[in-house]
Design a binder for this molecule. Sequence first.
Ligand code: SAH
Length: 348
Amino acid sequence: MTDLRNLSKSELVDVVEGLGEPKFRAKQLYEWFHKHNVSNYDQMTNLSKALRERLANEFPLEGAEQIKAEDSSDGTKKYLTQFSDGTVVETVGMPITQGENGEKIKRLTVCFSTQAGCPMACSFCATGHAGFNRNLTTNEMVDQVVAVRDDFGTHVSNVVAMGQGEPFLNYDNLMTALRRMNTDPGLNIGARKITVSTVGIIDGILKFAKEPEQFRLAVSLHSAKQKVRDKLIPGCKNQPLNDLQQALIQYNQESGRRVTLEYMLIDGVNDSDSDLEQLILFCDGINCHVNLIPYNEIMAAPYKPSSSATIKHWQQALAESLIPVSVRNSRGFDINGACGQLKEIMKL
Ligand code: SAH
């Protein structure tokens, strides 16, 4: 069944004419979909009730509904978003506020899911332990962002494809969704404010390098030692580190952009001085920025976060090697909305 939101203006004209309606209805529909990001015919107040009912019957839209939201003490909100087939994913809204009581939202970042569940089976990630359900459609990705925007009632300034799933295993739907977030006037999110985080799928990285937009790339490295990485990210055993390094150099050259390497520090697993040395060697030749991530504990894994002294030591050592570095301020920890904790996949 065609979801009318995927059609161009001229394709919509064909549809409305096929229904015996005047041509201008196509423009009205297009504006509801892409300017107001409305995904429910009932809200389309300039269409007759009869037409709205007919459209709902003949061209149902893939709906998304927020069924639950949890608030964190830091302002972060985690949502469970349910799609028309009952599949549920998680989406996170992270506001940066200003003003004496934090009343004004300066920036709003939305972390959205690209798959329901994930097939990569990373040993440290709750989603990885829960397994894979299915790919999300383009509309299901865009709808997550729209729903958070509407709940906060403010423009979304940044989006990150860092929720459940591996974005590059759903490449085409992902790219169409990113383009809609970038160009729909109702969202209008700058390409440089849109980041995709991949576990390191090499053919995805090489394709992404050729995309004309300035979308940003982050790679979850977590270890520059093959054996350690294979244990942490078993799904990437067939994507060796040497090839990944070459792909990132190619990405730099073809896109002209820097890549972020995400490195989560787990006590006694990937945080020794020799791990650090390997990371510095891996970065050689790559135009990169390293984002150190304190590990968030999950029930399904035995790992513990590295000490803050270790994190500081890594930060200093990388800076001394002239590798730009930052430490991620992970948000929403108290509601399991932090990295790796997105885990509830409920079939209702
Ligand atoms: N599949 C993509 C995007 C989802 S994960 C990817 O792998 O990049 C988003 C980020 O959270 C990744 O860097 C992931 O490795 C990290 N992450 C997963 N589990 C975590 C945990 N328990 N603590 C901290 N970060 C975690």
